[in-house]
Ligand binder design. Structure first.
Ligand SMILES: Nc1ncnc2c1ncn2[C@@H]1O[C@H](COP(=O)(O)OP(=O)(O)OP(=O)(O)O)[C@@H](O)[C@H]1O
Length: 623
């Protein structure tokens, strides 16, 4: 009975929403900040130590201006001839100042160390979670999400979240104490002068926050540009052969230059903004300082305050200047963490559509029979257009099923349903009677091996590439698998033998050698169902036959599916399916299909008869 898939795939709209997480999404941003803060406090010792150290360091820092003021007054007393008592007082104050500065340095060190440490722990946990999510997401997700975008989330967004604790949270504690208590101390010394001394604070705090938010906006745009640049570069490197073959370097340079120019423009804008704001903030600070000197000087002359108290005011202002300027950094850190965290968590929270069903029972292989019953499938981005319809077949252990059909007829899609790269949208796929959606994915993928069209190789030794499914396999087994794939002698001829490292994406091997290496890798897996998806296209017919001969015994223990455009690759199969527009339009053995005189027979005719004869039949003679 047809079963309709019920699991919820990440909908295209969810992926688009993730792509467009904006700074203005306050609800999501606030949620992200709460979540990051909770993650930070999952390391209570480090977080607690950082907060306590921050409070102590800030308190110590606030005593410095008062000590300085006192030292100035003692010095004045010495100058006025107050004698030994003033001398001793100056010495004590100087030593206290030294001790307070050293202690403050020490606590700042503890604050930085543990603050960073919390960030690194959170970064580590999120990095693993991201990587795991990427591994678990379905092909449907990866079809829609470019790898450059995933790298941006996993690297840049993660960095924004990682920095939050030390540059955002801890800074709130530090700035609250420094600005709050500092302002109170200033005002309690002299309200009028205190207000003048603090006059630069609102302006600098406002400028710093506004400019940081503007810088943040340009940073987000820059990040978008950088992600485009990464994508262009990644595609260029991946398709370097196509670029060279088509002499496409000028066009590639044009694309890269266009993206780089926008990034350069944004970088200039950012520098301009920063320089303007720094100058304005510095000016307002020194203007306030000038006023304090002017008014405070008058008060000293009139005897309302001492020189030491005036010095304290100036020292307080200097100490306050930095944290007030850093308000912008703090605001930026919050804004960055909320957007980056919003996007990161939106990604981490996306549903995984292809996953173990609740209560999945272990897969039990008995007869090794694969069955498709009324299977239909449509890709998620085009649900109204089925790519497969009404697919029924059965293939047993020891049997071979051949699949042929024009490009785009749905052959690869069909076999991608077996290891659940995608889930059928109609009907049922079963292995030994067990619905493949109801068994653990790990069991299923161990039982199904797929040699794909694109034979991807890891940048490691040939031996490691072959033994990917079983890294602890004995050399004998690895060499046996290579021999079945007709690759053993070739590997022995290489300078490093099985230890030869194949280059990035296996570029140092030819297409046919790469395909044979993928076949050897699949042989190592010892699956119940083995699928060759046009994986001998780059191998000559004679070698392919030798591979088939060498794998005869091996094939007895498993069901084999072979997709091929070359009919000699499938004519030996127990059953051949001819696909057209996602439907099986013919089925039978090679002989039966030839006798039928339909599409398969026509294709056979095309492949075995000389080209001239075929063109004659088609109404042309090739002239
Ligand atoms: N990831 C995808 N997302 C959306 N549509 C897809 C995707 N992959 C394939 N298609 C579409 O599904 C149809 C069947 O493609 P499929 O790759 O299964 O054909 P095929 O018979 O294996 O072709 P070929 O012989 O060229 O490998 C095609 O129309 C293709 O455009």
């Amino acid at each position: 009975m047809p079963v309709t898939a019920t699991m919820s795939a990440p909908q295209p709209t969810q992926i688009d929403a993730l792509r467009h997480v904006k700074a203005a999404d306050w609800g999501r941003g606030l949620g992200a900040l709460v979540r990051i803060t909770r993650m930070c406090f999952r390391h209570p010792w480090q977080a607690g130590a950082a907060i306590v150290a921050t409070i102590v360091a800030a308190t110590l820092q606030l005593t410095i201006p008062q000590l300085l003021g006192r030292a100035v007054d003692h010095t004045q007393a010495i100058v006025a001839g107050s004698g030994d008592a003033a001398d001793r007082a100056l010495m004590t104050t100087a030593l206290t100042l030294l001790a307070v500065s050293a202690a403050r340095g020490l606590f700042t060190m503890v604050q930085n160390y543990f603050g960073e440490s919390v960030g690194h722990h959170v970064g580590y946990e999120l990095r693993l979670a991201c990587y795991e999510k990427i591994q678990r997401q379905s092909f449907a997700f990866h079809d829609r999400m470019h790898s450059g975008e995933l790298i941006t989330i996993g690297m840049l967004d993660l960095e924004g979240v990682r920095m939050y604790f030390s540059t955002g949270f801890i800074r709130v504690v530090l700035l609250s104490i420094l600005i709050g208590v500092g302002a109170w101390l200033l005002l309690s010394m002299d309200v009028g002068l205190g207000l003048v001394a603090l006059s630069f604070v609102p302006f600098v705090a406002w400028r710093s926050s506004v400019s940081r938010l503007k810088l943040r906006k340009t940073w987000l745009e820059l990040q978008d540009r950088l992600s485009v640049l990464t994508r262009v570069m990644e595609e260029n490197l991946g398709g370097i052969r196509v670029v060279r073959a088509f002499a496409g370097h000028r066009y590639e340079m044009f694309k890269f230059d266009r993206a780089s120019k926008t990034a350069l423009g944004l970088a200039h804008e950012r520098v301009g903004l920063r320089v303007r704001n720094t100058s304005m903030m510095t000016f307002s600070f020194f203007a306030a300082m000038g006023l304090v000197l002017w008014i405070g000087g008058g008060k000293v002359v009139s005897g309302q305050i001492t020189v030491g108290e005036l010095a304290s005011f100036l020292a307080f202002m200097t100490i306050l200047q930095m944290p007030v300027r850093q308000l912008g950094l703090m605001v930026n850190s919050f804004a960055r963490a909320s957007t980056c965290g919003g996007r990161l968590f939106a990604f981490l929270d996306l549903p995984v559509d292809i996953a173990d069903a609740p209560g999945a029972r272990p897969l039990e292989i008995t007869d090794g029979t694969l069955r498709f019953e009324g299977v239909g499938f449509a890709y998620p981005d085009n649900p109204g257009k089925p790519v497969l319809e009404g697919i029924d077949f059965e293939v047993k252990r020891g049997q071979t099923l051949g699949i042929v059909g024009a490009p785009g007829s749905g052959k690869s899609t069909l076999v991608h349903l077996i290891p659940r790269f995608y889930d059928a949208t109609e009907g049922r796929v079963s292995l030994d009677g067990q619905d493949i959606r109801k068994v653990p994915l790990h069991d299923l993928r161990q039982a199904v091996a797929l040699v794909q069209q694109d034979s991807f190789l890891f940048t490691t030794t040939i031996e490691n590439n072959i033994a990917y499914a079983d890294p602890w396999a004995e050399d004998k087994r690895i060499q046996g698998a290579a021999a079945s794939a007709q690759l053993h002698d070739y590997i022995l001829g290489l300078p490093g033998g099985y230890g030869t490292v194949v280059g990035e994406r296996g570029v140092s091997l030819s297409g046919g050698q790469r395909q044979r290496l993928s076949i050897a890798r699949t042989v190592m897996q010892e699956p119940a169902v083995m699928v060759f998806d046009d994986s001998t296209a780059a191998i000559d017919a004679a070698t392919e036959q030798r591979i088939r001969g060498a794998m005869k015994d091996y094939a007895k223990d498993r069901a084999t599916i072979v997709i091929a455009h070359r009919l000699s690759s499938v004519m030996h199969a127990d059953q051949i399916l001819f696909l057209e527009g996602g439907r099986i339009v013919e089925r039978g053995t090679h002989e039966e299909l030839l006798a039928l005189g339909g599409r398969y027979a026509a294709l056979h005719e095309l492949q075995v008869r000389p080209e001239g004869d075929v063109l004659d039949d088609l109404g042309g003679n090739g002239q």
